[in-house]
Design a protein around this ligand. Sequence first.
Ligand code: UTP
Length: 275
Amino acid sequence: MIRKCLFPAAGYGTRFLPATKAMPKEMLPVMAKPLIQYGVEEAVEAGMDTMAIITGRGKRAIEDHFDISYELEHQIKGTSKEYLLQEIRDLIGRCTFTYTRQIEMRGLGDAILKGRVLIGEEPFAVVLADDLCTNPEGAGILEQMRKIYEKYRCSIVAVQEVPEKQVHKYGIVAGKAIDERLTMVEMMVEKPSAEEAPSNLAIIGRYILTPDIFELIEKTEPGKGGEIQITDALMAQAQKGMVIAYRFEGRRFDCGSIDGFVEATNYFYHRNREE
Ligand code: UTP
């Protein structure tokens, strides 16, 4: 059983300045819902009940969002707007939220390692909330990944094909095909040039990790950009045992970029109108 989901949310979100000067990027709303709430809902759908959030300076709004606001509850009680709080109230009632801070932004690998005190020695999911994922046809991305984990019991990374000119923005994987959607990872490179890239399969912000990853991150030296890269630790894991890349069903919006954020907003706006 995977019960815990880690949300690394300590990054500065510089692509969204000045909006992210005093507000966490994870609180940017698509429609009226903050990005991180979509991520928590996806984790709950996959059966998880403990949300472990890695925060940093200026991220207090995340903690306040997943808490009761007594003043607001008092103001809104009995009015026609009360239903607007129902969804978040239900979510808070179903999960436990735990937090720790990453003091220095030393990279995603380091942020995940900081989560060790919240996770312990069990398999866990990781959601990068600025990657907004949805599958209108069926199960959410984490639920799809949980099922694959149940079968293979190893780390799983969600991947999608990207155009060649975008490979330099992602961790890129290559390996042996298990079936149409699954690849046994043999090679993983962080942000390669188009010439260096072993494929166009890009890792997106959904992972299921086995707890031995923590020791592998501890041994990982700073890589691309001087940051501790989760890709390097996963490559070590793939060499020692097994890591699977999964081409998920559904859509993913890169809401850490203005283009992806606007695309997601348009998509959810039209979907909500049709419903
Ligand atoms: P990004 O590469 O999107 O970085 O991090 P960022 O700082 O959030 O955004 P930009 O590029 O400056 O606009 C990917 C994810 O990893 C987390 C971020 O919060 C984001 O969810 N992260 C990254 C950390 O928690 N700590 C780090 O040291 C780095």
